[in-house]
Ligand binder design. Sequence first.
Ligand SMILES: [Zn+2]
Length: 843
Amino acid sequence: MRKLFIKSFLLFFLFIPIINAQKPQKPSSAEIYNQIQKLNFLGTVLYIAAHPDDENTRLISYLANDVHARTGYLSLTRGDGGQNLIGSQLRELLGVIRTQELLEARKIDGGEQFFSRANDFGYSKNPEETLQIWDKDKVLADLVWVIRKFQPDVIINRFDHRSPGTTHGHHTSSAMLSMEGFDLANNPKAFPEQLKLEQPWQPKRVFFNTSWWFYGSKEKFDAADKTNLIGIPTGVYFPTLGKSNQEIAALSRSSHKSQGFGSTGARGTDTEYLEFLKGEPLQNKASIFEGIDTSWNRVKGGKPIGELVTKISNEYDFRNPSASIPNLVKAYSMIQALDENHWKSVKSEEIKKIIADCSGLFLEAVSTTQETTPGSTVKVNLEAINRSPVDIQLVSVTTLPEQKTTVLNTILKNNSLYNSSVEIQLPETINYTQPYWLKEKGTDGLYTVEDQKNIGIPDIIREVKVIFNVKINNIEIPFERIVVYKRNDEVKGEVYNFLDIVPEVTTTIQDKVLLFPNTKSKYVGITIKSGKNDIKGNLKLDLPKNWKVSPESIAFQLDKKGTEQTVYFEVTPPSQVSEVVAKSIATIDNVAYDKEQIIIHYDHITKQQVLKTSEVKCIRMDLKTNQEKIAYIMGAGDEVPQSLSQMGYKVTIVKPEEITPEKLENFDVVMTGIRAYNTVKALAYKQDILFDFVKNGKTMIVQYNTNGDLVTSKIAPYPLKLSNDRVTEENAEVRFLAPTNPALNYPNTINQNDFKGWKQEQGLYYPREFDKAFTPILSSNDKGEIAKEGALLIAPYGKGNYIYTGLSLFRELPEGVPGAYKLLSNLISTKPSVSVPNQKIKQ
Ligand SMILES: [Zn+2]
């Protein structure tokens, strides 16, 4: 009995995609018809790659919408290591954004989404490095787990497992692991601990989704022998949807906004190519499902269901979808009568959705508050309406997680609105809402996920739900809805979010790094936010004994939920060099709270709450600066200005339209943010002013830009060509090409130790060809590669200095890497006129 319960629990949580719809989907008659056709297809494809954006949305959309296959995308990582085009979130916070973007993409192309625990730790040039940092066995286990639970008939790799070194190491690794996983998933000796929850599964065959890109050019690919390839006609037009497959794919791809992958739809014939790799070979290349029964006959007792669904499909009335309800309900009850199996749970969810859509059944549970705390009671307004002539009875509602059922026995008459409300008592032990993969601290290469059942699940797991138990034609059908919160925005209209469970109190330390260049104390601001009404407690800033904090603790009192109060501690560093982490701890009634609430809010994704330990890195180092006045021009978004302020500089953010000779007169240095020349179009027209600024004796520091899509070809006063050169080994040895250059000597002496402790990468998109006016200062390279000399280039121009650096200062400074501060201070102070004090050059 217990086993049975576990089984049904798992079916519920494992096989069914948890799509947290931003807004309820309201499909048209044609879209419902598409779903009915899908109901009659029992075949599954899993597409495997490494990152959000690797997936081929043309193929996914074609398989989901034309073939009607269950189509999943397993992205091994959440894309944490990439660059963010729309804001300053990096690392795991960027992973949270990309996760949501992928979910939005799948809503458009009809696919389902999975992830492994692998962390996108940054660029890696070969699979050996990737698999070592990831922990190969664990990522392979996750891939096998997803195969066992999704049960694909066909696997498609985006990348070639046979060509390590030709692309990102994550890419090749995804294909190599897929090939291994294909062999292991059906082997009960492989990852046997998973078999307590899932059965072994053998996919039929695996393909490589090749394209001209892998051949070097379109011409080469056109000329290549394709006898070993199967062509997939992805250029289809869906007349009932009014869109071509490529148009749907482009809409899906455009969800990747943080990567700037807006895509324009194409029309007309198009072919995707698959190379057969392993499994049962195709005889006649007519379908990737050859030899697999994709009808209801593949399920024991499924034949009559298939016949009935075919009848429903043939008789479907586009003008009146509700005419299909009696047969749909009949098919639903036939599915319920099947023995427990994979397809039973998959198809139950599909047909329930179709029944609701055909009857215009709208069911919603809306919380009256967006945030609440464990142990609270939440008022939830219920809305239920049936827009069909079929009599529907709302029997009861069951609220989760408390599993309390309220009997309603109400008839939902055609187009007659039913409103009521329930109160949900949340347990004290309910989890705070947050991405489950960020709850525990992970390693550089892998997230920590304790519960095997959660692995693979794409989204935040939300526990507060309402099940509407509805009776149609005497058949009871439960419809589950996650409790949402919605409000009206004067500009955007209806805005949907979810109910979030928040801690009673959270604290945010205003800085993420506190830099102490000398023994002078600094004030640290901490903002306290209440998660509920009437909280009263004490706040402490916890630091090792050799650091001094005053006062020892600060009492706080907040009357209203959601209000904030900022308090200040004075921190005095020790006289010697020291690097420590200070934690902010609030205590209420002897319970300690140490979390910071981070809210990620963009229009294209639902609001995300991430909870991190509230802490600040405190660094006592000897840092010399000359107090220059800095104008900072933001690019794609970075936190360098905050770091400059920490170093003691006066920093002013100057908007591109404000760049005038008069405005710049007040500054000693102009610094451009990361990818400014990729994202700020106005800079193309301001270069003369900026170069004159340098000519007149000032300094300009340009941080990295990518080599594609520059807003001007003249980013420097001398010829300078960006390349793909990068040094991804963050602690690669750095050699000094110009050891006496002021950049390495004044006001701080730089030595090799200053390049230790860097994070993720050393630098990227280094110029490879540059004018002889530039002095290359540094040289380094990843293992086995030739030296790269474009990391830091300095050229005198007029009376000033132009500096170009691809060093990833934007990552190192917010991480509190001392060497990065010293080097940046030197770059700010470097001027041709500065004479280097006579000193021994340390190396
Ligand atoms: Zn990729």
